[in-house]
Design a protein around this ligand. Sequence first.
Ligand SMILES: NC(=O)c1ccc[n+]([C@@H]2O[C@H](COP(=O)([O-])OP(=O)(O)OC[C@H]3O[C@@H](n4cnc5c(N)ncnc54)[C@H](OP(=O)(O)O)[C@@H]3O)[C@@H](O)[C@H]2O)c1
Length: 287
Amino acid sequence: MTNEAVSKVVLITGCSSGIGAATAIRLATAGWTVYATARRVESIAALAEAGCRTMALDVTDDASMQHAVATIEAEHGAVGVLINNAGYSESGSVEELSSERLRRQFETNVFGVHRLIQLVLPGMRRQGWGKIVNLSSMGGRLTFPGGGAYHASKYALEALSDALRFEVKGFGIDVVLIEPGLIRTGFSQAAVGSMTTALAKPGPYSAFNEAVARNTKEAYEKGMFSKLGGGPDDVARTIERAVSARRPKARYPVTASARALLMQRAMMPDWAWDAFLRTQFPQPGAA
Ligand SMILES: NC(=O)c1ccc[n+]([C@@H]2O[C@H](COP(=O)([O-])OP(=O)(O)OC[C@H]3O[C@@H](n4cnc5c(N)ncnc54)[C@H](OP(=O)(O)O)[C@@H]3O)[C@@H](O)[C@H]2O)c1
């Protein structure tokens, strides 16, 4: 049962740039009470000026997640809308990926999301209303070589969200996956930056890693893929639509190219998808 004093307060992670910042501004402008958060609170000073409340929150730091949720609950009773946006891509070949870097990828993209969900759910259940929005990717349903760690984390997020959607529906809580295609943000820089060590070390994947770094950079800066991509506000607009809907969809792909690629992947057998990828990436080990 929804009570009258339902809190629709929004908590967003990773607002220092890109999609998180655009979503915070869009929702605050539309009248939502928004708590925009980031690891370095000074990086979101402009969001405070745009009408958001700002707080420090690192999704790999349990105490900071507890503190953020407790602060909102003390002021408003519950987090009404949780937008799990913080995330990055750990890129490079699977063989050369250290276990430590793979763990770090999951700490941010999966475990942080899970922990925040755990922290907000009791409040949402108490008031019989809540929306949990998880920033997945078209890369949560298809994979590109050189993105093993990132795709694994987003596939995990898709599975967690699918299970959760069923489990919390009866409590009045909706779970939504946002699946952007290429979006021009700080994302590509972080992805290429994660390959610094791999790129500096000669090895069997050197040419491949270089191609992954080059393709990533070029895809966001020029050419067909860049043109088919979108900006952070395209995602923010979709998120606003999802949190405002009485019956939101389970998945919202963003950009026409994401929808086209997801359809292409769903229709292609694995061998045909691999053949398509060979037109885009050099295959390591092949003569
Ligand atoms: N851009 C795309 O093409 C694309 C496509 C599909 C999905 N996505 C997803 O969209 C989400 C947002 O990405 P974006 O494109 O907006 O990239 P972005 O501009 O690089 O923003 C990523 C945000 O995540 C934050 N972050 C990273 N680790 C964090 C941590 N431990 N705790 C809290 N915040 C942390 C970053 O904060 P710092 O400034 O502190 O590093 C930054 O604010 C991600 O989940 C990404 O996977 C992006």
